[in-house]
Write a protein that binds this ligand. Structure first.
Ligand code: NAI
Length: 347
């Protein structure tokens, strides 16, 4: 069977380092992928003068799948986030972030198994900001029935396919009665009408966050609008070892872009010490997606080999500094490659 063309966007900061490590592992696992490298973010400004080159968007449209490293966004000024631009341009409206405990990464809680589903296209990320007077600026939180319904349907369909039992919506509809109110109304109606077999509940986000850190095992699937999903993803990453171990994917109806939850980590960029595991787990999600969508057994086999490899490496204490080990980025990649296909741990 011919290899599958996939767009690789190395990104900024630690992006190129972790992307290189992940590509090395996928190659060793004989993943049937042909990488087409394209740029976005600061790296794209350097190579083409544009932050979001049209060629990158067109390549993803053509391939339908991309693996993306993190892209830096200037704080308080400068260009609009490349991540936000890409999600909007490609209508990647549903973000999935599985947050799971890993053997060999000790944390305060055991057996965490949460999935965060984030609406990716609107809310306060709509980028509608005005200088109203010299004294006043305004950011608009936009919610549309179309996007809220689309996300709700996607979330319940996903939960059903993954045999998850319960969806909890985090909201602040006591204050933002119209925007968060609409998100809730849509989630409730999709649940009642089409998915009564999935349990459904709601939590005001502040109390919900408190309950998560008290005991994450009280939750199953969390459904959130854009900004809440962003914040709660990092909060939950902290429950299982940090940003180095939480993968993600952004889905639209036509394309999917796989990327870690973490950013470009300028504080450690260029040192070769970043944990490539979050991007590696995102790549495993990508291979599983390709296996399902295209009935590709080689992708399925490569995903299984890699997952067994990183699980065995962590069990053996072979890990990067952010999670208590002493390996660098390349050292961890080599430790995974050495263990590809290792048998699962016996209980
Ligand atoms: P960050 O996620 O880059 O870093 C937060 C902390 O986690 C830092 O101490 C960093 O060293 C650590 N960290 C993150 N990933 C790590 C890894 N793989 N291994 C070891 N340690 C890791 O968040 P920050 O500093 O808020 O953002 C930096 C830049 O990244 C900003 O420009 C931001 O806009 C951008 N960003 C991009 C994202 C994307 O491209 N999807 C997502 C989040 C932030």
């Amino acid at each position: 069977m011919a290899n599958i063309p996939v767009v690789a966007i190395p990104g900024d900061g630690i992006g190129p380092e972790v992307t290189k490590a992940v590509q090395k592992i996928l190659k060793a696992a004989k993943a049937p992928i042909d990488w087409l490298e394209h740029h976005a973010g600061l790296a794209a400004i350097e190579s083409s003068g544009e932050v979001m080159p049209e060629g990158t968007v067109e390549a993803i449209k053509k391939c339908a799948v991309a693996l993306k490293g993190p892209c830096t966004t200037p704080v308080g000024e400068g260009f609009t986030s490349v991540n936000v631009q890409l999600r909007k341009r490609l209508n990647l409206y549903a973000a999935v972030r599985p947050v799971r405990s890993l053997e060999g990464v000790p944390t305060r809680f055991e057996d965490v198994d949460l999935i965060i589903l984030r609406e990716n296209t609107e809310g306060l990320y709509s980028g509608v900001e005005n200088q109203v007077t010299d004294d006043v600026v305004m950011s608009m939180k936009v919610a549309t029935q179309t996007a809220c319904m689309r996300m709700s349907h996607w979330a319940f369909r996903f939960a059903t396919q993954r045999r998850r039992k319960r969806i909890t919506v985090f909201h602040k509809a006591n204050i933002m009665k119209m925007s968060d109110g609409l998100f809730l109304k849509c989630s409730r109606s999709v649940h009642q009408k089409d998915y009564p077999n999935i349990d459904y509940d709601e939590a005001i986000i502040d109390a919900g966050c408190m309950k998560i850190v008290q005991d994450p095992n009280n939750f199953d699937v969390l459904l959130l609008e854009n900004l809440y999903g962003d914040v709660v993803s990092d909060l939950c990453a902290g429950l299982v070892g940090g940003l180095g171990v939480v993968p993600g994917a952004n889905f639209g109806d036509e394309q999917a872009v796989f990327e870690a939850v973490h950013g470009s980590a300028p504080d450690i960029a260029g040192k070769g010490i970043a944990n490539p595991l979050a991007l590696l787990m995102s790549a495993v999600m990508m291979l599983e997606h390709l296996a399902d969508e295209r009935s590709n057994e080689e992708c399925k086999a490569a995903a299984a080999l890699i997952e067994s490899g990183y699980r065995a490496a962590l069990r053996d204490g072979e890990k990067t500094g952010d999670i208590g080990g002493d390996l660098n980025t390349d050292g961890f990649a080599d430790a995974v490659i050495k263990r590809l296909g290792a048998p699962a741990a016996t209980a």
